[in-house]
Design a protein around this ligand. Structure first.
Ligand code: AMP
Length: 142
């Protein structure tokens, strides 16, 4: 079965264009990183390539290559910022795999020994908490 086409009205495309707000922690010429508004753990961020693709299946390999280096950089930053024991990286392709926003993104989530992850797309976090967590990550990346 073929996938649907990329829709540039998806919520991450709007965030990339600055049409709706986000708590950005990093940006370069090819990627933007911002806080997930329904974090599965404190410090949950999304690494989003600027190039339009629905998910990994239709992504441009050059953009993907750069994006994974940003995932690595941000994984180290959230691990330090939240004094985490480990980091969970997740990426979903198509609804059957759990994808809900159809612009490629990587979840980067600090993990602590014995602390369960909250549900995917669960509860909206308070804006002040997201802002404070974004500050911690920016400080680590600086
Ligand atoms: P998925 O497409 O299943 O990989 O997940 C999409 C993720 O985007 C979920 O973890 C949501 O909590 C998150 N999300 C949805 N809307 C926003 C938004 N406006 N800003 C930041 N994160 C969002």
């Amino acid at each position: 079965m073929t996938s649907a086409a990329y829709d540039d009205n998806n919520i991450f495309a709007k965030i990339l264009r600055g049409e709706i707000p986000s708590h950005r922690v990093y940006e370069d010429d090819q990627t933007v990183v911002f806080m997930d508004v329904m974090p599965q753990a404190p410090g949950h961020v999304l690494v989003v390539p600027k190039a339009a693709s629905r998910n990994i299946l239709d992504a441009d390999p050059a953009s993907l290559s750069h994006t994974i280096t940003v995932v690595q950089k941000v994984a180290n930053a959230v691990k330090e910022a939240f004094d985490a024991d480990g980091v969970f990286i997740a990426q979903f392709n198509e609804p059957s795999a759990g994808q809900t926003v159809f612009h490629l993104h990587f979840h980067v989530i600090p993990r602590h020994e014995g602390v369960a992850l909250k549900p995917h797309s669960g509860k909206m976090e308070d804006g002040a908490v997201l802002a404070a967590n974004a500050d911690k990550i920016r400080a680590e990346l600086a």
